[in-house]
Design a protein around this ligand. Structure first.
Ligand SMILES: [Zn+2]
Length: 281
């Protein structure tokens, strides 16, 4: 699943490469990914439209088009966007392709066919599940330590990994960066938010800021095509059985609410208190 650093890179890349490009052809291979809320067939509605801007809202990528239309894409688990030049092959399972006037094409590829592309009238986001239900933007100036404390005080009974991963609360931290943030803050993923002492809550806030900034920088530095998921810089995510970069303990994986979570049991110990509290709740 693409995460905020990936989406910001993708936004910057596409803004630079395809702003002002015009859609000259539309090929739909998998109509199951399309949700069309305009009074015209998808192909007809998009043909001849110019891409004015690319925006990101949580996991959504929004293409602002002429004709007062928005094309909003949620890549879900396996979906990829590819900017394909004339000679390249499409990356994986092609769902649809928008040819552009400069000879390139913007492809949505997803072998699971779970990605969704919504074509709506400008700003008509009520039709897009969860689009308007995004929580606090963690990169906005409004996201301060005080605000974070207030938000956390409303979710004391949630496990911290579930809390920071909930896009309706914080927009948006995915599975990979949620693991990296808790590793950075040295907090066990199953700790209840209400059991975090003041200093740990403050550490969690600063890790959210610093780990996301680090991720944004790393993805930017990698300069990969937008369909490549950059994860080489991860310290715990996807590193089961490898040594912790801080203390060399073997990285473990555990299930938290059906999600796989990676952590270092030495750097992120579960306190005895945690388990006592678990039985009380
Ligand atoms: Zn460690």
């Amino acid at each position: 699943m693409p995460e905020l650093p990936d989406l910001l890179y993708l936004q910057k890349y596409l803004r630079k490469k395809i702003s002002n490009s015009t859609i000259t052809n539309v090929r739909v291979k998998q109509p199951v990914v399309l949700r069309v809320a305009v009074n015209k067939p998808y192909e007809q509605a998009l043909m001849g439209k110019r891409i004015m801007d690319v925006a990101v809202n949580g996991p959504f990528i929004r293409f602002e088009l002429t004709g007062a239309l928005d094309l909003v894409i949620n890549l879900m688990v396996m979906g990829k966007l590819q900017l394909q030049d004339g000679k390249e092959k499409s990356q994986g399972y092609l769902c649809f392709s928008l040819s552009l006037n400069d000879g390139r094409a913007l492809n949505l590829c997803d072998e699971q066919k779970m990605a969704k592309a919504y074509l709506v009238h400008r700003g008509d986001f009520g039709l897009i599940p969860k689009y308007s239900a995004q929580g606090t933007d963690i990169l906005s100036p409004e996201f301060t330590p005080e605000q974070f404390k207030t938000i956390a005080s409303k979710h004391t009974r949630k496990q911290v990994r579930v809390f920071i991963n909930d896009h309706s609360i914080l927009s948006a931290i995915g599975n990979a960066y949620a693991d990296e943030i808790l590793f950075d803050a040295k907090i066990h993923p199953k700790t209840f938010v209400g059991k975090l002492p003041h200093q740990e809550l403050a550490a969690l806030y600063s890790s959210i800021r610093s780990v996301m900034d680090w991720g944004i920088r790393k993805v930017e530095e990698a300069q990969q095509p937008i369909h490549v998921k950059v994860r080489d810089h991860m310290k715990v995510r996807g590193r089961l059985g490898k040594p912790c970069p801080r203390c060399s303990t073997t990285i473990r994986r555990e299930g938290v609410h059906s999600y796989d979570v990676f952590f270092c049991p030495t750097c992120q110990p579960a306190s005895r208190k945690l388990f006592l509290d678990w039985t009380r709740t």
